[in-house]
Write a protein that binds this ligand. Structure first.
Ligand code: HPA
Length: 278
């Protein structure tokens, strides 16, 4: 059985969405665990459940609503994913990243990806916002790359450059908006793991040693596909739990969702501010 989608299948998903909304989105926004609240700010929203779109799978994770919301935010046409799909739910990397292909076919030129992440950097605290400067594709290095399979040349080349996966100009804008709003932000490297188990203290010490500042179970596949298709990416991590490099505390999904309450207002302000400046 093939894992990948053909252009015809991607376009079937696109058509299903186009028949349900007049919005033609310029910006895609993916809301991570506990961060779904921003979708409520979308004006004149058209909502479509993941299950109503051909080939889209549902999000099975608590804290992920599982629908797309199309509308206006800061006078930009947006497609917001309220909830995302993760590899650990049992889906393929291509199922996880199909929404990015659909966004690209719909004309989305910019993607804002958010996630909840665990701190690895010793100075990071729950409630901190980290702008993602780069990522470590640990899942991809193990063979779980969503671009595996025939290359769809209409999106990009077989061996895409990843030297500036996170757009420098968007990073600059996000830093500027944070500054203007008095929001302190970190800037660092996100490492993506497959999950769903959290890391052992030894895992975390290893991740620190290889240069990661925050760890999570998403984002890297979506960003890889976005970059392949020339979509400009802004990545923002909400730090939801402390580093546990010595094994002295435990990590829970409830903790991850709880810190979303502190993070949502800050991340919302940054995303809105960046959209307003685009
Ligand atoms: N590890 C991995 N993924 C996560 C974490 C974590 O500590 N927190 C939120 N997502």
């Amino acid at each position: 059985m093939r894992d990948w989608f053909t252009m015809e299948e991607i376009d079937e998903s696109v058509q299903a969405i186009l028949t349900r909304t007049k919005i033609r989105p310029q910006v895609g926004i993916i809301l991570g665990s506990g961060l779904g609240g921003l979708a409520d700010a979308v004006e004149n929203p058209d909502s479509i459940s993941f299950g109503e779109i051909p080939y889209w799978v549902s999000s099975t994770v608590q804290g992920h609503v599982g629908r797309i919301v199309l509308g206006q935010l800061e006078r930009k046409s947006v497609l917001v994913m309220q909830g995302r799909i993760h590899y650990y739910e049992g889906y393929t990397m291509q199922q996880v990243t199909l929404p990015i292909r659909v966004m690209q076919r719909m004309g989305v030129s910019h993607l804002v990806v958010t996630n909840a992440a665990g701190a690895i950097h010793p100075d990071y605290r729950p409630g901190d916002v980290m702008l993602i400067s780069d990522h470590i594709n640990l899942m991809g290095m193990n063979g779980l790359n969503p671009l595996r399979g025939p290359n769809l040349d209409a999106f990009g080349e077989r061996f895409p450059d990843m030297s500036q996966a996170y757009d420098r100009e968007l990073l600059r804008l996000a830093r500027q908006v944070a500054d203007e709003n008095g929001i302190a932000v970190r800037e660092g490297v996100y490492v993506g793991l497959s999950g769903p188990s959290f890391e052992t203290p030894a895992d975390l010490r290893f991740l620190r040693a290889i240069g990661a500042d925050a760890v999570g179970m998403s984002t890297v596949p979506e960003v890889t596909v976005a970059v392949h298709g020339k979509t400009r990416v802004l990545g923002i991590s909400g730090i939801s739990n402390a580093a546990n490099l010595d094994g002295s505390t435990i990590t829970t999904h409830e903790e991850v969702l709880e810190s979303g309450k502190i993070l949502v207002p800050k991340m919302t302000a940054i995303i809105r501010g960046v959209l307003a400046k685009l």
